[in-house]
Design a protein around this ligand. Structure first.
Ligand code: SF4
Length: 74
């Protein structure tokens, strides 16, 4: 099970991810990106968004728990 994450310490609020992919990303109250869905991660769009982040703040890795899609387990 893959997990999409944003490291908010690295996000510079450029808006690229939540402009390109509104299914998975949204702007939080601080103007930073947040992940809003862990569904449909195996797409070219998601890969492109991960690669488009100027600070490499977005990661798409195997979920450590390997059993759920809650998006919160580490
Ligand atoms: S593309 Fe990267 S730096 Fe820009 S808003 Fe998204 S996470 Fe933040």
């Amino acid at each position: 099970m893959k997990k999409l994450e944003v490291n908010k310490d690295m996000c510079i609020s450029c808006g690229t991810c939540f402009s390109i992919d509104t299914e998975h990303f949204a702007e939080d109250d601080d103007g930073l990106s947040e992940v809003i869905s862990q569904e449909n991660l195996d797409t070219e769009l998601v890969k492109n968004v991960v690669d488009s982040c100027p600070t490499r703040a977005i990661s798409l890795n195997e979920c450590c728990c390997g059993e759920c899609n809650c998006g919160d387990n580490k």
